[in-house]
Design a protein around this ligand. Structure first.
Ligand code: HEC
Length: 208
């Protein structure tokens, strides 16, 4: 496992500027080999590490840039076509966007949740342990864990006012018209009924 270097930090600063502009992420030429999550032995003990501050810094930076990229795209989609088209935008682009950021940073970036809208974003057994901990202690900023050969970074995603449009309470903060589009695209949706400040999910970044 390589420690983050100064080169990374410089590279990161450049990428952060790039994403601030909300333009499409450039595909890097680096190949990203995905290791299926299943290849990690789920019985392996998940341990909290305290000697991995650099991963904490790096994870926070990547989560911040990814949030900026996603929310920039989301706002753009709302402005150009309204909420319904923004829902469709998220449906088609949210995962490809985090996947392309994963290639840029040579990590695996995901947003996971216990009440996921897209089944791809469900919690793994080890994610559930961390999620429960964030729920019990909501003031934590982030966590770095060693999991087998991997370093995992987790950061809570809290619900903001804008999010109510698509994750709020039906008939109250979530308009019915939006709910209709959501259930057409996601018949198994679990990601509604949230209040501002609630734990909506977590960033999960796997360093290789
Ligand atoms: C325009 C509608 C819309 C808005 C506004 C919106 N989301 Fe979502 N959100 C979605 C859709 C659609 C998905 C499923 C994306 C996919 O298929 O990958 C999703 C997925 C997610 C996920 C991944 C877990 C899951 O449920 O699948 C998280 C976390 C999330 N949203 C958080 C937020 C937060 C935080 C905000 C506010 C900053 C927000 N969303 C605003 C539509 C929206």
């Amino acid at each position: 496992m390589k420690k983050p270097t100064l080169r990374f930090l410089i590279f990161f600063s450049v990428m952060a500027l790039f994403f601030e502009a909300c333009s499409s992420p450039k595909k890097s030429n680096e190949t990203f080999e995905t290791t299926p999550q299943d290849s990690i032995n789920s019985t392996e003990i998940l341990t909290e590490t305290d000697d991995l501050d650099t991963f904490q810094v790096q994870g926070n930076a990547i989560a911040k840039a990814s949030f900026k990229a996603l929310s920039g795209k989301l706002k753009g989609a709302v402005q150009s076509g309204g909420i319904a088209s923004a829902i469709q935008y998220c449906n088609v682009h949210a995962i490809p966007l985090t996947d392309s950021l994963s290639r840029v940073y040579n990590t695996e970036i995901q947003r996971v949740s216990d009440r996921n809208r897209n089944s791809v974003n469900a919690l793994s057994a080890s994610d559930s342990v961390v999620f429960a901990d964030f729920q019990a202690n909501p003031n934590q900023d982030s966590k770095v864990m060693k999991y087998g050969e991997n370093i995992l970074f987790y950061k809570p995603i809290l619900l903001k006012p804008l999010c109510l449009n698509c994750h709020g309470e039906l008939g109250k903060t979530l308009p019915e018209a939006n709910q209709k589009v959501i259930t057409e695209l996601y018949p198994e949706d679990k990601a509604v009924g949230y209040q501002i400040g609630e734990l909506r999910g977590m960033w999960k970044i796997r360093f290789r």
